[in-house]
Write a protein of this length. Structure first.
Length: 228
């Protein structure tokens, strides 16, 4: 017979070996962990780069955002009339602006004038809606225009709010003057405002993979808002 002490020592050693074996991850699990960690790191890196790309674009742009009083046919038509006069005057104001910082300063100095000409257009059309003009950081979805596309994200915007501002809105880019530029002139206007060649290629969709980049920017923007 096996002595009791020897048997107990044997059982203890076997138990210890079993526990060590159970605690030691298998080679397959280690491989899976490495793949998952690598994937997470790549995902975070791409997200960080995407947000930075959108932020760099936003630092060179001022959007125009016109909000109608309501969705009625009359209010929507009025919105476009107000858009036309505000866009024309804002383009004149910004004509000599070298960059977004200068464009912002010029617009801030002329907000009351822009508000006045919007109010005059509203009154001339036979309405008594109030109207406000302000510069504010505003969240925009990805938007395609004639000749260029801007990714979703926060941008400085010249906001013109007509009446209750509850109707469908209209937006474009007032600086650089991409809304008034012909599609073929967009690259030149963007470069003059300080866009890099890569940024011009991205917004004009000449940069391969722009769809994936924009979708990534939009996804990370949504995640940023959800966890902010």
């Amino acid at each position: 017979m096996i002595p009791e002490k020897a048997f107990a020592a044997y059982i203890g050693k076997r138990t210890e070996m079993t526990m060590k074996t159970a605690a030691r991850p298998s080679k397959a699990w280690r491989t899976i962990e490495i793949i998952l960690l690598t994937g997470a790191a790549v995902f975070l890196l791409i997200g960080t780069m995407s947000l930075r790309s959108q932020a760099e674009l936003a630092d060179k742009v001022v959007r125009l955002h016109v909000l109608a009083n309501s969705d009625s046919e009359e209010d929507q038509a009025l919105k476009l009339q107000v858009r036309d006069v505000v866009l024309a005057r804002a383009t004149e104001i910004l004509e000599q602006s070298a960059d977004r910082k200068e464009a912002e300063a010029r617009l801030r100095g002329q907000l009351l004038e822009l508000e006045r000409i919007a109010a005059e257009e509203i009154s001339a059309a036979g309405y008594d809606y109030s109207v406000t003009a302000q510069l504010a950081d505003t969240a925009f979805p990805t938007k395609e225009y004639d000749g260029f596309t801007l990714p979703a994200g926060d941008y400085l915007a010249l906001r013109i709010v007509i009446g209750k501002g509850e109707g469908q809105n209209w937006w474009c880019v007032v600086f650089p003057p991409l809304c008034t530029a012909a599609a073929e002139d967009v690259p030149t206007a963007a470069l003059a405002a300080g866009f890099s060649e890569n940024e011009v290629g991205l917004i004009t969709e000449e940069n391969e993979g722009y769809v994936l980049k924009f979708k990534t920017m939009e996804l990370w923007g949504q995640l940023k808002e959800r966890f902010a």
